[in-house]
Design a protein around this ligand. Structure first.
Ligand SMILES: [Zn+2]
Length: 489
C-alpha cells in the first residue's frame, strides 16, 4: 500500500487481544476502507478524515447476539415492565399509574408463581371502575401467556375458533390466552416498533449482528426488517431462523437454521420431530430446536439421532440438562445457545420453582464445555437481559438478584463467555472472528484493555462501535433508560 494513502477510517494506538488465549497484542493502528479492514500494523502511514486515538484500549470484532427477538425487544420499550412486582396490589398500582388516555395498556414480565394468578376478573378488579374501558394485556415472563381484561377481550372479538383460549367451567373465557401472539397481532393490527432506537441501543452495547430466533416469521415482518436494514435504521447484520424453507431473502438479511419451537406442555412424537428435522435437512438447512425442559431435550436428541446431523444444527436454551445427556449432546454434533442472563434476572424464581437435583442442572455451560459441545451465550431479549456485558457477568457469577448462586459448578470466566459473542453467526460457539485485514469492519473499541473491561462487567465497557466500516455510536450505558410508554402490540 502506498504511503499517505487515504482510507475511510483509522483507529490509532489500539491493542488487538488474542481472545482465544486471553493475551494482549502490541499496539497497532487499524485502517478501514469500503467496509473492510485493510491494515492492522504499527503506526500505519494510511490516513483518513475520520481517525480515533484508542489510547491503548482493546479493539474487538463486533459482538453477535446469537438469539434474540428483534421486534419484541423493540416493542418492549412501549410496555410497562412488571418483572420486579411482588404482589397483585403492587401490580394494580403500577398498571393504574401507567394507564394511557387512549389505546392499549401493555405490560410484560408478570411472574405468576410469585405475584399471583391473573384472569380477566382479577385484572378488572385491579384496574377498578375508572379504567373499566381501557383495554389491558399482560404477558407472563415466559412469553407464552397473555392475560387480557374484559375491555381487551371485547376488542378482540369472537375467539370461539381459536385454540389456546382458556375457559372456565361455564365456557366463558378467563382472559388467559396461550401462544396466540400471531393471531392477536392479526386481529389488532401490528404497529411497527421503533427499530432505529433498538439499533442505536445495540450499537451502544457493541453489538454488530444478531440472530433473530422468532419462529414463523411472516412476509410482512421480513419486509419490515429489510426496510430497517436498507435505510440504516437497523445497522446490525441480521440472520433469521423463523423463515420457511426455500424463502428467498433480500440481501440485507440472511437465512439461518430453521427454528423448531417445542412446547413443553405439548411435545410432538419422536417420529414427527425427526421427520420435521429430516425435511429441513433435506432442504439443505440445519435446525435450531427450542428446548426448555429435559423432556424436550431427550426428545430432540432422539429426533436428531434418527435424522442424522447437519453442520449448523443447534439447541436453543437447554435450560435443564441432566448430566447423563451431555455425551449424547456431544455425539449429536449440535451447538448449544444458552442464556445465563436468566440466572441474574430470574434466578430466585428458578430456585423457588425447581427442586432437588434439577437445580444443579440449570442453564449449564462449563459442563457442556467439558465434553466438547460448542456453546455460546445469548440474550434471548426481550425475555432475558439484552446487554452482552450483563450476560457475561451472569455466566461468570451465576448469581441471582438476591445473591444466591445457581449451579456454581457451571461458572465460566468472563473471557470464555465473551468468546461466544465473537463467533460467526452460522457457527455459534465455533471459530472466532478476528480483527485482521480482509475481515468485515464490524469493530468495538473499548474504554480500556480487555482484562480491565472484563473485570468490571456488567458495566458496559464500549467506547465506540464501527458497523460495516462506519462509526455508528460512541458507547453509552443506557441499561436503565428504556422508556415506559405504551405503544404497540
Ligand atoms: Zn427466544
Amino acid at each position: 500500500m502506498r504511503s499517505a494513502e487515504s482510507v475511510d477510517l483509522v483507529l490509532r494506538d489500539v491493542t488487538v487481544p488474542d481472545v482465544e488465549r486471553g493475551t494482549d497484542s502490541p499496539r497497532v493502528d487499524v485502517a478501514v476502507r469500503g467496509g473492510r479492514i485493510v491494515a492492522v500494523e504499527p503506526r500505519t502511514s494510511l490516513t483518513a478524515s475520520q481517525e480515533y486515538d484508542g489510547r491503548g484500549a482493546a479493539l474487538l470484532p463486533g459482538l453477535h447476539d446469537h438469539h434474540l427477538h428483534l421486534l419484541a425487544t423493540a416493542a418492549l420499550a412501549g410496555s410497562v415492565d412488571c418483572s420486579d412486582v411482588s404482589s397483585l396490589v403492587e401490580l394494580g398500582d403500577l398498571l393504574r399509574a401507567a394507564a394511557p388516555t387512549s389505546g392499549w395498556l401493555r405490560a410484560v414480565g408478570h411472574h405468576e408463581s410469585r405475584v399471583g394468578r391473573l384472569t380477566r376478573d382479577v385484572l378488572d378488579d385491579l384496574l377498578g371502575p375508572g379504567l373499566a374501558g381501557t383495554p389491558v394485556r399482560v404477558r407472563d415472563h415466559s412469553g407464552a401467556l397473555w392475560v387480557l381484561n374484559s375491555a381487551g377481550l371485547d376488542l378482540l372479538g369472537d375467539l370461539s375458533q381459536s385454540t389456546g383460549v382458556e375457559r372456565d367451567a361455564a365456557g366463558r373465557s378467563t382472559g388467559r390466552l396461550w401462544r396466540l401472539d400471531r393471531e392477536l397481532g392479526v386481529r389488532l393490527g401490528t404497529v411497527a416498533p421503533d427499530l432505529a432506537a433498538l439499533g442505536e441501543h445495540l450499537a451502544d452495547l457493541g453489538i454488530s449482528g444478531v440472530t433473530d430466533a422468532t419462529p414463523d416469521l411472516s412476509g410482512e415482518t421480513v419486509a419490515l426488517l429489510d426496510s430497517a436494514r436498507r435505510t440504516g435504521r437497523l445497522p446490525q447484520r441480521v440472520m433469521l431462523l423463523g423463515t420457511p424453507d426455500g424463502t428467498g431473502l433480500p440481501a440485507s438479511l440472511s437465512t439461518g437454521p430453521a427454528k423448531i419451537h417445542l412446547r413443553d406442555h405439548d411435545l410432538p412424537s419422536v417420529d414427527d420431530l425427526s421427520s420435521a428435522v429430516a425435511a429441513h435437512h433435506g432442504a439443505g438447512r440445519a435446525v435450531a430446536v427450542h428446548c426448555l425442559g429435559s423432556d424436550a431435550l431427550v426428545l430432540t436428541l432422539s429426533a436428531l439421532e434418527t435424522a442424522g446431523p447437519l453442520p449448523g444444527d443447534r439447541i436453543e436454551h437447554a435450560s435443564v440438562v441432566p448430566p447423563v445427556l451431555l455425551p449424547r449432546i456431544r455425539e449429536a454434533g449440535v451447538a448449544v445457545v444458552t442464556q445465563p442472563g436468566f440466572v441474574s434476572v430470574r434466578g430466585d424464581d428458578l430456585l423457588r420453582d425447581i427442586e432437588g437435583v434439577e437445580r444443579e442442572w440449570l442453564w449449564p455451560w462449563a459442563g457442556l464445555d467439558a465434553v466438547g459441545v460448542p456453546v455460546c451465550g445469548a440474550s434471548d431479549a426481550p425475555h432475558g437481559p439484552l446487554s452482552p456485558w450483563e450476560v457475561i457477568a451472569a455466566a461468570s457469577t451465576r448469581r441471582t438478584p438476591s445473591g444466591r448462586v445457581v449451579a456454581g459448578h457451571e461458572q465460566v470466566t468472563p473471557l470464555r463467555a465473551l468468546r461466544g459473542y465473537l463467533t460467526a453467526p452460522e457457527q455459534p460457539g465455533g471459530q472466532l472472528r478476528r480483527v485482521e485485514p480482509g475481515a468485515h469492519a464490524d469493530l468495538v473499541l473499548l474504554r480500556s484493555g480487555l482484562e480491565e473491561a472484563l473485570a468490571s462487567v456488567p458495566v458496559n465497557p464500549v467506547r465506540l462501535t464501527v458497523l460495516g466500516g462506519r462509526v455508528s455510536r460512541s458507547g453509552r450505558d443506557r441499561r436503565r433508560s428504556l422508556p415506559l410508554v405504551v405503544r404497540c402490540w
